[in-house]
Design a protein. Sequence first.
Length: 216
Amino acid sequence: MNDPVRVLLADDHVPTRDDIRRALEADSRFVVCAEVGDAPAAIEGAVREAPDVCVLDVRMPGRGVAAAWEISARRPQTKIVMLTVSRDDSDLFASLRAGASGYLLKDMDPEQLPDALSDVLNGEAVLPPSLVARVIEEFRDRSPRRRAVLAGDGYETLTSREWQVLDLLRQGLSTAAIARKLVVSPVTVRSHINNILRKVRAPSRQALLEDFDPRG
């Protein structure tokens, strides 16, 4: 018999966590290995418990997207699913760039959650039908370079950390400021930037910032 899937739940709303836990533990395929209420605790719990799946609230203290970035970097084998009330495009696309394999809305029937997580573990991306059209539109409206990086037309895919560095560059942060924010060395940040330039075939950092906007 296969071991149950280990799930970490991160949400600052305790009743919501209770509902999710009950829905998952009613299914013998799953066990909740940790429950936390903020992003730093989610990262710590993911490193400590090595869950198969993390279910993260987008707008919990510390930001669920920030937790997704860090968990993706430290535990790339762990699947990440965002569970949220937010239908905002900015939250949806930020979550997908951070490495989430699913983006589910809290008004869904909790009994559907086990099957959704099972789909994610089987390699599928899980999105509510109401948000699928937005993702399709995001692909249609990208520049040729953006579409190439997303679709893999001879370009290499950016890692979750490279997307994070790119987003911070677009916010106007310097190499030193990015290093402080990510708690890494400036040398590491410059290495990420050089990898991004190579992967998207941009001739310079300035060209990257002018021509390649990851947020549209």
